[in-house]
Each structure stands twice: as C-alpha cells, then as structure tokens.
Design a protein around this ligand. Structure first.
Ligand code: GRF
Length: 323
C-alpha cells in the first residue's frame, strides 16, 4: 500500500531540490536549463557591458562591484523571468522572484497563517482545497476543471508522494502549486499541517493517494478529508485494495455490479462515513481493465460534483460573525 517516492537521480541533492521545489521531473530539468541559460547570459552581458563602459585594470573597484551587484540584483533576476517564461515556467519563476522580493522587503508577504474560517467567522474568501494524488491524476484533472471558475472553492494545491507522477504535470498545466511529501515527515512528523495551514487549505480531497492518512492530519481536518474508492464499500476495501487489485477481486468474485464510494476519511483504510455511492453493472465479458474504465467514467462524472456539494454545505454551516 505504501510506496516510497523513487529517487530518480544519482545525485541526492537533485532529489531534495525537486522535493523542495515541488515540481515534476520534466519541470525540474526545464528549470535547471533556465538557470543555466540565465547564468551564461548574465556572465556574457556583464563582460559586454564592462567592455562597453571601458572598464579596465585602472577602474576603481567600487564601480566594478556596483556593476556586478546591479547585474545580480536586476539583470540576473530579469533574465531568469525571461527564460522561465520562454520555457513555459513563468509561475515557478515568478513565485521564486516574489519570495526574493518579499525577503528584501520590496513586496509585502502574501503568506496566510491559518484557514480563514477557523476563527468562528463565516468564510468570505473561497475555500482552498488540496488534492492529494500520486497517480495519473485523471480525477484531479476533472476536479480542477469543474472548480476552475468557482466563486467559493479553489484548488490551491496538489500534494503528491511520487516524483514524476502524472498528476504533477497536470498541476503544472493549470498553474497549481505542488507539494512533494516524504514518508518520515508525513507519518512521524507534523504530517505537513503547517504547509497546508500556510496555504489556507480548508479541505482535503484524496484522488488516488495510496498512503494511509496519519492521525495528525485527521485531527487538523476533522470531517474535512474526502476519499474516493473504486468499489462499493464496505466490500473490496481496506489495506491492499487499490487500483487494479480491486477490479480483479470484484471480477474474480463474480459480482454482478461494482461502483464507487465517496467517503470521509478516518484512521482506518476505507472505513469512514459514506457520502455517496453509484454503481454500474458488470457484464459477462467484462475484464478488470474494462471494469476499471467503467469505474473511472463514474468517478469523473460524480466526484467533482460531490466535492462541490460537500464543501458548499460545510461553508453554509460555518457560524457567522454574529452567531
Ligand atoms: C481512482 O480509481 C480512485 O478511485 C482511486 O485511485 C484512482 C486514481 O485514478 N482512489 P486517477 O489517478 O485519478 O486516474
């Protein structure tokens, strides 16, 4: 059930960099190239400007330092944005520059400290959700598309435990932040609650996330974590029941129908309170693969709508400032 993120690089520093940046493998290399191009161009430009200004050995060191500093603080950063945008990574590099400008106190920090409606106030801002996914991400895509222009809900973060997972490329495509997590901190540390709170995450949706949810996270998000299971629970759930294993077991048992279950998450695998179920018939000719397709179609049709309904209901139950 639990798979470790596979370190894709021979150099451990690359792995931790990719985790820190929270990007897919493809994105990681593009970013690397952008940094490389920026460094080379900045060095070339500095040399060119030095010649153009007629700097030589007799030029005061202060002027040379001023040129180098201006190049580093302005030229290099502008080039980084330029190459970043050119290579389709504007959102990554803009975030990078923003952080720098915030550190230099040129821009005001945008980091929220806690979910908006934890102080007994009715949420006026949209509820930010985090999708936890580690697979292809077809459900994540449907959810993102369904909520794209929503007034009250926004997909703010994709949380993933597998570098290179398809869902990271989807996040990239829609310009959604990603957070790559690792096992030790998730299970034995703070379960990344501070990162979620910093992004004001009010709801968590599991869409193909295979790790068990630790107590610390459930405690921080009571009745605010939803999962989808590709079978009619309580049948065919629990440890080891995921992906094709579920459909193989259902077909092997000769079931006449299967379906999906959307449920709240508690500390036991697939045992939280049910929110919604929908079923489909199983024909004689069905195989685990054809059943998987039917189930995916059901998931795509219902999951985004159910998520929207659950969150809107939750928002409507939040006490107002006057109550
Ligand atoms: C879905 O079948 C879901 O039920 C299960 O994981 C699968 C994820 O598929 N929890 P995808 O990555 O969204 O395509």
């Amino acid at each position: 059930m639990s798979t470790n993120p596979t370190p894709p690089y021979f150099c451990p520093m690359f792995n931790s960099l990719q985790q820190k940046w929270g990007v897919s493998t493809r994105q990681f290399w593009i970013i690397f190239i952008a940094f490389g191009l920026t460094g080379t161009t900045a060095a070339f430009l500095t040399r060119y400007i030095t010649g153009w200004l007629g700097f030589d050995a007799s030029t005061h060191w202060g002027w040379k330092l001023l040129l180098r500093l201006s190049m580093l603080l302005i030229g290099y950063q502008a080039l980084l944005l330029f190459y970043g945008a050119l290579l389709g990574q504007w959102s990554f590099f803009w975030k990078y520059e923003r952080k720098l400008l915030e550190k230099l106190k040129i821009l005001k920090s945008q980091q929220p400290t806690a979910p908006t409606y934890r102080g007994g106030q009715k949420p006026l801002t949209p509820t930010s959700i985090a999708i936890f996914a580690s697979g292809a991400g077809s459900n994540a895509r449907k959810i993102i598309e369904h909520l794209r222009d929503h007034d009250s809900i926004r997909v703010a973060l994709i949380v993933c435990n597998k570098p290179g997972a398809g869902v990271l490329a989807i996040a990239d495509e829609y310009g959604i932040d990603t957070l790559l997590i690792e096992k030790e901190r998730f299970f034995r540390g703070d379960a990344y609650v501070p990162e979620l709170a910093a992004r004001n995450i009010g709801f968590i949706v599991l869409a193909g996330f295979l790790w068990k949810i630790p107590g610390a996270l459930i405690l921080a998000y009571p009745r605010k974590i939803i999962n989808i299971h590709p079978a009619l629970l309580p049948g065919y759930g629990g440890k080891g029941m995921y992906g094709m294993h579920v459909h193989e077991a259902v077909i092997a048992a000769g079931e006449k129908k299967s379906g999906i279950t959307i449920h709240y998450v508690n500390e036991k695998f697939d045992e939280g309170e049910h929110i919604f179920q929908s079923s489909c018939p199983i024909e004689q000719a069905d195989t685990p693969e054809s059943l998987a397709q039917k189930i995916h179609a059901l998931e795509h049709r219902h999951f985004p709508i159910v998520i929207e309904k659950v969150i809107l209901k939750d928002r409507s139950l939040q006490p107002t400032a006057n109550s």
